[in-house]
Design a protein around this ligand. Structure first.
Ligand code: UDP
Ligand code: MG
Length: 330
């Protein structure tokens, strides 16, 4: 995989997912090449055509530039998969990923590179809270991150975006992750390594429309929560226990007060109400037993994700041959 000697930090791959960007791509490409040429690094640009139905692929083919690669997916797989395909294709010492609609300013690429060259393995673009989005959009993403962090136990920064640089070591580990329903930035966060941040102002989209509808986003949020934590499964088990305990106490109180002591407190419980308590009790039991099944399911779910048990930072480890590292991974 390493076609360059390690620690030279002289070459980068830029990965850009594209879906129907024929209007943006020419000017985007021009400014990207300009910025990259100024860095004096060796570079390649990996465009991933995510099943565009417009002229995106043809426009790229006309660039006639050896440094440009085009990965054309067979259909629209969504940005997350497109990014993964690009990361798997990029061969150089670091990979920078950014949107092709111009919302991630290419002028900041040198900043990402210099943080990488001074030692960060992951450089993350943070979007200034107010830029380029509606109040509703901002609130959505704030709530989403709060909820996500709560459920998954991770600590993600709400402003963090997919505008990122990852070192070759991180990219190699990322490429081993095979789970679907993926969200690139969460997986990169999960991988760890040394990170630093670059702030940027997101520009407004110049052409076309954002292809992430609110529905798609909710779906993505739901999927990444489900795949990052079993907590939603346990929630109903706890609920079952609570319901059972409450209705048990209520049931005992009613039996004592009404049937045995013949209603000294004047509760006047009807037969229907007692039936109600019984049913609630049974519902609690059903939820609880579902919860036990859930524990088994969550084990299966965890295993079936096939994530490695842990990830080794090979560069920082001492005295481990790559074979040893492989053997440690159970
Ligand atoms: N994109 C993609 N596949 C899709 C949707 C979007 O590759 O199914 C690309 C799109 O061309 C752009 C980037 O992902 O380069 C971000 O997409 P968009 O601007 O629609 O999302 P937002 O800015 O709302 O995050
Ligand atoms: Mg966009």
């Amino acid at each position: 995989m390493h076609i360059m000697p390690l620690n030279k930090k002289k070459s980068i791959s830029v990965v850009v997912p594209l879906f129907n960007e024929e209007k943006s791509i020419r000017s985007f490409h021009k400014s990207l090449v300009e910025v990259l040429s100024r860095t004096k690094l060796e570079f390649e640009i990996v465009y991933v055509d995510d099943g565009s139905i417009d002229d995106t692929a043809n426009v790229i083919n006309k660039f006639k530039d050896k440094r440009v690669k085009l990965v054309a997916l067979s259909r629209n797989f969504g940005k997350e998969i497109a990014l993964s395909a690009g990361v798997a294709t990029g061969k150089y010492e670091a990979i920078i990923m950014l949107d092709g609609d111009g919302q991630h300013p290419v002028e900041l690429i040198p900043e990402f590179i210099s943080q990488w060259q001074s030692g960060s393995d992951v450089v993350i673009g943070l979007r200034k809270a107010s830029s380029g989005r509606s109040a509703l959009g901002r609130m959505n993403s704030y709530l989403f991150y709060k909820l996500f962090n709560l459920i998954s136990g991770q600590k993600l920064i709400p402003e963090s975006t997919d505008f990122r640089l990852i070192d070759r070591d991180v990219a190699d580990e990322f490429n081993k992750i095979s789970e679907d329903h993926r969200m690139t930035r969460f997986l990169i966060d999960w991988l760890g390594f040394d990170r630093s941040y670059v702030n940027f102002d997101a520009k407004k989209r110049e052409h076309g429309e954002a292809s992430y509808s609110t529905g798609k986003l909710i779906n993505l949020a739901f999927n990444s929560m489900i795949s990052s934590s079993p907590k939603p499964l346990y929630f109903f088990a706890y609920l079952g226990v609570m319901i059972c305990l409450l209705s048990l106490f209520l049931g005992i109180a009613v039996i004592l007060e009404q049937l045995i002591l013949s209603d000294p407190l004047g509760w006047k419980f009807t037969g229907t109400a007692m039936l109600g308590i019984l049913i609630i009790f049974l519902v609690g039991i059903v939820l609880m037993s579902q919860g036990i099944i859930s524990v088994y399911i969550s084990r299966i779910h965890n295993q079936s994700k096939g994530r490695p048990l842990y990830v080794v930072n090979k560069r920082k480890s001492v005295g481990l041959s790559s074979q040893k590292i492989l053997k440690y991974k159970s």
